[in-house]
Design a protein around this ligand. Sequence first.
Ligand code: NAD
Length: 311
Amino acid sequence: QFESVGFIGLGNMGSRMANNLIKNGYKVAVHDINCNVMKMFSDMGVSTKETPFEVAEASDVVITMLPSSSHVLDVYTGPNGVLRCANLMRPQLLIDSSTIDPLTSRKVSVAVSNCILKEKKDHWEKPVMLDAPVSGGVLAAEAGTLTFMVGGSEDAYLAAKPLFLSMGKNAIYCGGAGTGSAAKICNNLAMAVSMLGVSEAFALGQSLGISAGTLTKVLNTSSARCWSSDSYNPVPGVMEGVPASRNYAGGFASKLMAKDLNLAATSVEEADLQCPLTYQAHEIYTELCKDGHEIEDFSCVFRHYYSGKDE
Ligand code: NAD
């Protein structure tokens, strides 16, 4: 259904996602404030645009993959933003895949629904917004195996599914506007807390005389088995190919985890819930970043528990 796709935000994730769209035959136009990455795409023969608004004018669908909520607001509602001219909207569908707070996702969705389509297509009377953050990281973005969690209208989700499956292997519909963003921060909150729990269990186990390898075997065949124990073990040398076994290089940076936990903590406050682990996890990752570990993988929190012993 959609032929031309605009892509804004060509960083670690976005550049790889845009490449997969190109490989899958979509006509892609791109924009980023980083001139080097724009040059890289124009050298590949991809159409580059000076502003988000120009991308929107050239595209049926616009996808954004930006660092945080303020960048998303700027790209959509700023002076040269996608929504600059409410009555001249060409793109039917706007998809934000950035990890941001659900309130901002809903705010942008409302701004989009106040616009009118210049080129009406089929049953698309108005442009539609989906929040569709991803799980998977840079390697999955490169391999086209991301998971998309999608909030917004279900019709729009179904129409966008071929696009998601050009960049990922799963797309899960979560409900109305903002629920994709909500799913993403809940996933990362649970992932952080499970990583902290597993790390703490290994720290205690080793000090009680159980080797990390043996404790891994026990956990992975017992009720504590989880992704942090069986697929992304934080103890160096226990598993091959994970960041823990290459000095915590690559993987999912602690600074990104701290950012996502900040979003979770803000949402917890807004919802007026009691979630002590959210605050504590946020505090631990903020401290790790302050101590200079911000680009190390978030499983380096295991070493944090040994800081007095082996660092
Ligand atoms: P990144 O910092 O590598 O890329 C962001 C890009 O956006 C940069 O190229 C930057 O120049 C561009 N940008 C910033 N402001 C802009 C603006 N106003 N207009 C146009 N371009 C602008 O970030 P990333 O790692 O690609 O992550 C993008 C999003 O995906 C973040 O929200 C992140 O939390 C989320 N995410 C990242 C990972 C990961 O492993 N890196 C995994 C899942 C989700």
